[in-house]
Write a protein of this length. Structure first.
Length: 270
């Protein structure tokens, strides 16, 4: 009994802590505005192409795209990026090219200081040794990496269709976007643009795990054809039984699922 009470107190503390903003001192007693968490460790995505260097960006020059925040070396680099963001993003969402295209197909975070540009595309690697190992077999590595990375999240179902059409509809590979290092497909360019403008609204909650499974303390990937939209958020389920249980009290289920998801995200999983 004491253990259960202790765990309940712990979860309550986690929720309260995550809800509380972080403050610093600035302008007397006024709370300081926290800097956004930068993508690519703050390196300017444009400088790879214009300077052939990994250059740290300045938070004064920043842009948001598909839920990510990018810093730039100067205002000109920011404007260049804003005109065509996907032209300057690293391939494979920044995963190490060699690891993804190698024999094991692993998704490993790369070092943005180790890169190469091939045919106007930016590729990252986990280390200089990895880059050197990639060079003699670049064609095969790139082919394998592209095939593996292109496999769509939630089995190719359009995340926009759930709310917009109240249907589970497969997307078309020609209309795709990358969010949270996953590829999504859409039914049209219009739907793709909706997602790009507001990915947090349309992407399924809990990265595609079954919402009710999380609420019950387990973790299973969902069947993306079984869904519910609550307060403009999409929830997926393992089966119809899980969905029916969720629908009985969505607020309670979401609160319980959020607790477990906080722990999963805190452990570094997405």
């Amino acid at each position: 009994m004491q253990q259960k009470v202790t765990m309940c107190c712990f979860y309550a503390f986690v929720l309260i802590s995550c809800a509380m903003p972080s403050y610093g001192l600035a302008d007397g007693d006024k709370p300081a505005k926290a800097l956004p968490q930068e993508t690519m460790h703050g390196y300017c995505p444009v400088s790879y192409f214009t300077e052939n260097k990994a250059i740290k960006g300045n938070p004064a020059f920043q842009s948001s795209y598909l839920g990510e925040v990018y810093f730039f070396a100067n205002e000109r680099a920011k404007k260049t990026f804003d005109a065509n963001p996907e032209r300057y993003l690293p391939q494979f969402a920044g995963w190490c090219t060699l690891s993804l295209g190698g024999p094991y197909g692993k998704r490993i975070l790369s070092d943005p200081e180790v890169f190469t540009i091939v045919d106007g595309k930016l590729y990252f690697f986990v280390s200089e040794r990895g880059l050197q190992a990639y060079l003699p077999r670049a064609d095969s590595v790139l082919k394998n990496a592209a095939q593996r990375f292109s496999k769509p999240h939630i089995f190719g179902y359009s995340p926009v269709a759930y709310e917009k059409y109240n249907k589970a509809i497969k997307g078309d590979p020609q209309y795709s976007a990358v969010y949270n290092r996953q590829v999504y497909h859409f039914g049209s360019e219009a739907d793709r643009q909706l997602f790009i403008k507001s990915p947090e609204q349309y992407a399924p909650q809990y990265a595609g795990y079954c919402a009710m499974s999380l609420a019950k303390g387990s973790r299973y990937f969902a069947d993306p054809s079984i869904f519910a939209v609550v307060n403009h958020k999409t929830y997926l389920f393992l089966n119809q039984e899980m969905k029916d249980s969720f629908i009985q009290n969505p607020a309670k289920a979401i609160a319980a699922a959020d607790i477990l998801w906080i722990g999963i995200r805190g452990a570094g999983e997405h």
